[in-house]
Design a protein around this ligand. Structure first.
Ligand code: HEM
Ligand code: NAG
Ligand code: NAG
Ligand code: NAG
Ligand code: NAG
Ligand code: NAG
Length: 473
């Protein structure tokens, strides 16, 4: 009897092992990577990617691979095998599963510049809390009641000093930086903000030293500048903390919200947080301002219609009266221009994530630890989703959602738990900027200038224009 029991146990154990081995084999068989080519050892297809994105027309890099392999393909860029998605459904899946199947992933060189307490690097419940705090600081009711007034005033102040030749990208950067500093810590533009901005420019340059930051003097300078920025901001945080402790009047800004909550953030946490917000809103919003003007200049009919819309708003107001929320809400064509600029320019061309586990999607498996890239650009410029996808046509937004596809295929601000908290703010800033620009000035490009997409979306010469003040202004 005992022998029989042992025999039974052995049989059971054996069949369990066989079961697991078979399961493993069948699983491995189902582990099919998306098709693609890994290119050369180590550098992979990085050089092809960079050289494509350094031209005015980077589309062939993705177009070619989509044609050969389909909309989900494997490549090897920036030192790692990476699965690219050029498909809205997969992109949405990646965005929505942030923190579950995927997590954000930045190279160490970028984390060092951002600071470890940056929102962009946070994960889990802390990220959730800080993301919603940031959202509630830039939501539409806050913009309407508080921020719009400053946006209107600071944009006007900047444009007032324009004469002759203007480097549009530089001016736009000044405007967005001043706006962010004002909104984060209530500082009006002046020597302090301008000297902070000088350091900031160095920090930002450090972000774009990929793929070889450690060999770059730009990167070392950026790290030094990061320290200086952090010191300047710490000083402010300490002063404000003292004011709060002494029962001073609470200021209505982001710093105030960070100090007032019962999260007991350290100075370092707050500084990293502020640095990240300055980074996230600065290049993006100023680039979109510049490119909107470039696209409008090249599409005179759209510019004429935009002018008409804004002159109409001005006619209803006295000369120096500020823009109100109701004015912002009565700019339908401007919103079409904003969307179309976001669609064609794709300032953030997509997002990198890392698979936290084996992820099965569309019959393929993305192995645990692999990088994925959800390309917004590929979707926004896909003829299947937007008719004549590669031309700037703001009118496409007039009657419908701009796209010929069902569902949400337009994601300039990402989505899911990491949806850009500045999505409404960026729209308002751009709309107010366009309002004052077209009502006060006419302009012509000073030189021919080309758009490139690496290391960031920008025009090569910072878009110089020659402006002339209109009589009505
Ligand atoms: C045209 C302008 C802008 C564009 C196209 C843009 C785009 C994006 C995108 C696509 C993401 C998602 C990144 C990801 O999923 O990994 C993002 C995140 C973020 N954006 Fe923006 N953004 C813009 C302006 C702004 C502004 C004005 C702010 C300032 C409040 C801002 C603050 C942030 C922050 C803090 C994050 C990180 C969110 C997180 O990781 O939880 N952005 N942005
Ligand atoms: C099945 O695969 C896993 C890893 O995928 C491994 O840890 C485990 O030992 C394998 N089991 C058998 C019975 O081969
Ligand atoms: C915006 O955020 C504030 C808190 O900062 C909150 O009271 C308000 O309800 C929010 N409004 C919207 C429209 O979400
Ligand atoms: C923050 O500090 C206060 C008093 O200093 C304390 O009562 C509270 O529990 C702290 N909160 C957290 C989240 O640590
Ligand atoms: C939008 O609708 C109007 C009339 O309702 C039409 O004249 C116009 O051509 C349409 N525009 C587009 C882009 O479909
Ligand atoms: C612009 O795009 C957003 C989605 O990001 C959409 O909600 C909005 O309706 C669009 N605006 C117009 C005028 O089509």
């Amino acid at each position: 009897m005992a022998a029989f029991t042992v025999y039974l146990y052995l049989l059971l154990a054996l069949s369990t092992v066989i079961f697991f081995v078979l399961r493993n084999i069948s699983r491995r068989r189902r582990h099919i990577l998306p098709p693609g080519s890994l290119g050369l050892p180590f550098i992979g297809e990085t050089l092809q990617l960079i050289s494509a994105y350094k031209t005015e027309n980077p589309e062939p890099f993705i177009d070619e691979r989509v044609r050969r392999f389909g909309p989900i393909f494997t490549t090897h860029v920036f030192g790692e095998p990476t699965v690219f998605s050029a498909e809205p459904e997969t992109n949405r899946f990646i965005l929505q599963n942030e923190g579950k199947l995927f997590e954000c992933s930045y190279p160490g060189s970028i984390s060092n510049l951002l600071g470890k307490h940056s929102l962009l690097l946070m994960k889990g419940s802390l990220h959730k809390r800080m993301h919603s705090l940031t959202m509630s600081f830039a939501n539409s009711s806050i913009i309407k009641d508080h921020l719009l007034l400053d946006i209107d005033r600071l944009v006007r102040l900047n444009l007032d000093s324009w004469t002759g030749r203007v480097l549009l990208m530089e001016e736009a950067k000044k405007i967005t930086f001043e706006l962010t500093v004002k909104q984060l810590m209530s500082f009006d533009p002046g020597e302090w903000s301008e000297s902070l901005r000088k350091e900031y420019v160095l920090v930002i340059e450090g972000f774009f030293t990929l793929p070889f930051p450690l060999f770059s003097t730009t990167y070392r300078k950026a790290i030094k500048a990061r320290t200086k920025v952090a010191e300047a901001l710490s000083l402010i945080v300490r002063e404000r903390r003292k004011e709060v402790e002494e029962g001073g009047k609470k200021k209505d800004d982001m710093l105030g919200a960070l100090l007032a909550g019962d999260d007991n953030f350290s100075d370092e946490q707050i500084v990293d947080f502020l640095v990240a917000l300055l980074v996230a809103g600065y290049e993006t919003t100023s680039t979109i301002m510049t490119l909107a003007v470039k696209f409008l200049t090249e599409t005179p009919l759209a510019l004429a219609q935009l002018k008409e819309e804004h002159d109409g708003i001005r006619e209803r107001k006295s000369k120096s009266e500020t823009l109100e929320w109701s004015d912002y809400k009565s700019m339908p064509f401007t919103q079409c221009v904003v969307n179309e600029t976001l669609r064609v320019a794709n300032i953030i061309s997509g997002i990198f994530r890392r698979a936290m586990t084996d992820v099965h999607i569309k019959g393929y498996t993305i192995p645990k630890g692999w990088k994925v890239f959800a390309s917004f650009r590929a979707v926004h410029l896909d003829h299947d989703h937007f008719k004549d996808a590669r031309t700037f046509n703001p009118w496409r937004w007039q009657n419908n959602s701009g796209t010929t596809s069902p569902g949400n295929v337009f994601t300039p601000f990402g989505g899911g738990p990491r949806l850009c908290p500045g999505y409404e703010l960026a729209r308002v800033e751009l709309s107010v900027f366009l309002h004052h620009l077209v009502t006060c000035f006419s302009w012509v490009p000073a030189e021919e200038d080309k758009l490139v997409f690496f290391p960031t979306t920008r025009t090569q010469k910072r878009y110089p224009i020659i402006v002339r003040r209109r009589d009505v202004c």
